[in-house]
Unconditional design. Structure first.
Length: 310
């Protein structure tokens, strides 16, 4: 069954390439890619197709991004379309290594220089128009969005039999104050090291299926999760290279290079809440009740601390 599926997928990729008049010799399936299936073609092209049982929304958002945003730090758009009911996207393949693959080989100054390049890339993205995004990806009222998120999670947790007292306390007493400030930007929302490619001089950014419009500090959420557990977003091949001590200076460098992302009165509370909601969603998806208990226990401590300092 597995071999039949592999043959079927390779035939589909060849059909896409023939449709787009792209001549090729070798097709290799990538081992990375969480949302879409990715193939490399002669080390020149990347072909993305929607994975089975996956909605095409993300790849269509990425296609829209490439059609509307042009930056030197991103792959060149080649083509997109639909064949046999499957959406696809073809891009230039960036030459180089993911930062996960080489970070352990760099000295502190090299790492600092690359972090600055990443910051400059994120700044460029944050300057771009988000008018191409569908309305569901535009969060221009952060307080309203967070209130709705807490209402939804309170409902889910109650139905699962969990105590939601501290979520209600946070929502009633602290949420509006914590999320009063906002700086609305186009946010990349996936800035972990598997999505940055380094060619020895330049840094490039790939994968734009998670972009959205929201407050710019939300960009720090995925970065924070990566630094909390550096191997979290690494591919299987790169996990062996990832050591936490190699990543300890990144957060401070980000603060120095891009203070606007951190310049919110309650930045620590905001980032904690963002990651809490993210982790809670993951725990729901995997039906991990033990993880939910751990998150709620830590959230209780977080709210108790707010009662002292706010």
């Amino acid at each position: 069954m597995k071999m039949c599926y592999i043959v079927f997928m390779e035939k589909l990729i060849k059909k896409i390439l023939n449709k787009e008049n792209i001549f090729f010799e070798k097709i290799i399936k990538s081992t990375s890619g969480f949302t879409n299936i990715v193939y490399f073609v002669d080390n020149n092209y990347v072909v993305k197709i929607v994975a089975p049982n996956t909605k095409p929304e993300k790849i269509n958002k990425e296609i829209s991004f490439y059609k509307n945003i042009k930056l030197n730090c991103m792959p060149k758009y080649i083509a997109s379309g639909n064949i046999d009911g499957v959406d696809y996207l073809i891009l230039e393949k960036i030459k180089g290594d993911s930062l996960y693959n080489i970070w352990h080989t760099l000295d502190n100054q090299q790492r600092k220089n690359i972090t600055l390049k990443i910051v400059n890339i994120l700044k460029e993205i944050h300057k771009q128009s988000y008018s191409f995004l569908e309305s569901k990806y535009v969060v221009n009222n952060l307080k309203d969005k967070m209130n709705k998120s807490f209402d939804l999670n309170i409902s889910i947790l109650k139905n699962k039999g969990f105590d939601v007292t501290y979520l209600k306390i946070f929502k009633q007493q602290y949420l509006n104050k914590v999320f009063e400030e906002q700086k609305i930007r186009l946010v990349y929302n996936d800035a972990h090291f598997d999505n940055f490619i380094y060619d020895g001089e330049n840094v490039f950014i790939i994968d734009f299926d998670r972009v959205l419009c929201t407050s710019v500090d939300y960009e720090l959420m995925i970065i924070g999760l990566m630094l909390e557990d550096p191997a979290k977003f690494a591919s299987f091949e790169n996990e062996k290279f990832v050591k936490k001590y190699d990543y300890i200076n990144i957060w401070l460098d980000l603060q120095n290079f891009y203070p606007e992302m951190f310049n919110f009165t309650y930045i620590h509370e905001r980032l904690y809440t963002y990651s809490f909601i993210y982790k809670l969603g993951q725990a729901f998806e995997t039906n991990n009740n033990e993880k939910i208990k751990e998150l709620l226990f830590n959230f209780e401590i977080f709210v108790d601390d707010l009662s002292i300092h706010m």
